[in-house]
Write a protein that binds this ligand. Structure first.
Ligand code: SF4
Length: 244
């Protein structure tokens, strides 16, 4: 279950230092941590015109992979939504995002130098501020990274399916996320994410509410019980639609 928190703020507010501190501390605690950096510069590329990879892409390769003894880099020349990127990082426990000031419906920590900036950037999804205080919001200094990591562990909700199935007792995924952020609900309280059945369509995961998961699991296990040699804990079924 991947959980994401964005570190937002204007320039020179220490966002990268906060990201570094959280990555170090959460990794030390045994979590698998990934990061995403928002780059606003149009035309930005991590590739360089003097590299072979650049020439591969210029010749028309849609995906260019650079495989070195200690690094694997995949470059795709296309735009993507953050949600898509987060779903691709599902093997991580935490994704620390640097930037995305306008991000909605996602836990965030605001780094600010003035109360006015904090007011502009903080919303109901803000779990803490760094640098400036605001009544009712936990405030930290850069040196308090351990305490900030404690808060991230408790108050950052998982990336939710947005299917509003109500099985957690809240009407919407958004309400559940706000309850976690406010400390009223544990972060792992979404039953839909406790997956028994994982459905992917053309490689994309389709989230199923617990009722549908139970129904599918019951039917498949029932069928398998009548088949010889089909006993086991982990069952994988692939359905390929015939053309026409
Ligand atoms: S159970 Fe999970 S998927 Fe369903 S509304 Fe609650 S948070 Fe959303």
């Amino acid at each position: 279950m991947v959980r994401a928190v964005a570190i937002v703020g204007y320039q020179e507010t220490g966002k990268t230092k906060i990201v570094e501190g959280l990555v170090r501390e959460l990794s030390k605690r045994g979590y698998r941590v990934a990061t995403v950096k928002h780059v606003v510069e149009r035309g930005f590329s991590i590739d360089r015109p003097d590299k072979d990879t650049w020439r591969h892409a210029r010749a028309g390769a849609r995906v260019v992979v650079s495989l070195a003894p200690r690094e694997l880099a995949t470059i795709e020349r296309r735009s993507a939504k953050l949600e898509e990127v987060l779903r691709g990082l599902e093997k991580s426990d935490f994704v620390i995002i640097e930037g995305f000031k306008g991000l909605k419906n996602s836990a965030k920590i605001v780094a600010a130098r003035s109360k006015a900036d904090l007011r502009k950037l903080a919303d109901e999804f803000t779990i803490a501020s760094v640098g400036v205080r605001k009544a009712g919001l936990p405030a930290f200094e850069l040196k308090h990274v351990k305490r900030l990591a404690d808060l991230v562990e408790r108050r950052v909700p998982p990336v939710l399916p947005e299917i509003d199935c109500k099985h957690c007792g809240y009407k919407t995924c958004r309400e559940f996320a706000l309850a976690v952020i406010a400390g009223k609900r544990r972060w792992d309280g979404c039953p839909t994410l406790q997956e028994r059945v994982i459905l992917t369509v053309d490689g994309r995961q389709v989230f199923l509410n617990p009722f549908i998961q139970d129904m599918i699991a019951g039917a498949i296990v029932g069928i398998l019980s009548s088949l010889k040699g089909a006993k086991g804990e982990r069952i994988e079924l692939k359905v390929v639609k015939r053309a026409g």
